[in-house]
Design a binder for this molecule. Structure first.
Ligand code: ADP
Length: 186
């Protein structure tokens, strides 16, 4: 089972991604987590990424495509994977299609979690108080939301055209939302 999770910052993508990965026993590939690991390791990728992330901007497509290319050719993804936070732009989605082709893989579904913007901003500001993430300040949160609507939301149509899209209401109890996702996938 190979999945993509799409959704604006704060919609609960990461939480649901973990639950769905446990359920199907597939690998959780979160590009946000990967980039934060690179930053902690003070690697070259980390140094580049930090300057973008701290402004709420996207890290360049080539950087992400290189990371994903190497992760999807790794043998540990045999049972499947869930991409969380990637792709985030149309060029990333097109690049992903090439990577999938080269590895003889295909996507089973793209889950798009939805919620209204005010709810999201409130949740993120709350999370920012205890996450310690440098990009969880009100100003940067607003910037990340804007980036999502401009650069990432076109992927909803992209994957709808590919007949892979499952739209799921992201408002409700964690378990309730998990069940909605599982129902859509089965
Ligand atoms: P959130 O879950 O709040 O949307 P993530 O943890 O997925 O945030 O990502 C945090 C930051 O990492 C993003 O704001 C962006 O700067 C960078 N990032 C993560 N994934 C990508 C990607 N696919 N393309 C470009 N930048 C990315």
């Amino acid at each position: 089972m190979n999945l993509i999770f799409l959704g604006p910052p704060g919609v609960g993508k990461g939480t649901q991604a973990k639950l769905i990965c446990d359920y199907f026993d597939i690998i959780h590939l979160s590009t946000g987590d990967m980039l934060r690991t690179e930053i902690n390791n003070e690697s070259d990728i980390g140094k580049t990424a930090k300057s973008f992330i701290d402004q709420g901007a996207l890290v360049p497509d080539e950087v992400l495509l290189d990371i994903i290319d190497s992760r999807l050719s790794d043998s540990n993804i045999q049972n499947g994977y869930l991409l969380d936070g990637f792709p985030r732009t149309i060029p990333q989605a097109e690049g992903l299609n090439d990577i999938l082709k080269n590895n003889s893989q295909k996507l089973d579904a793209v889950v798009s979690l939805t919620a209204n913007e005010n709810e999201l901003i409130e949740r993120l500001i709350k999370r920012g108080r205890d996450s310690g993430r440098s990009d969880d300040t009100p100003e940067i949160i607003k910037q990340r939301q804007e980036v999502y609507w401009k650069q990432t939301s076109p992927l909803v149509n992209f994957y709808n055209d590919e007949k892979l899209l499952k739209e799921i209401d992201g408002i409700g109890e964690i378990n309730e939302i998990k069940n909605r996702i599982l129902e859509a996938l089965n």
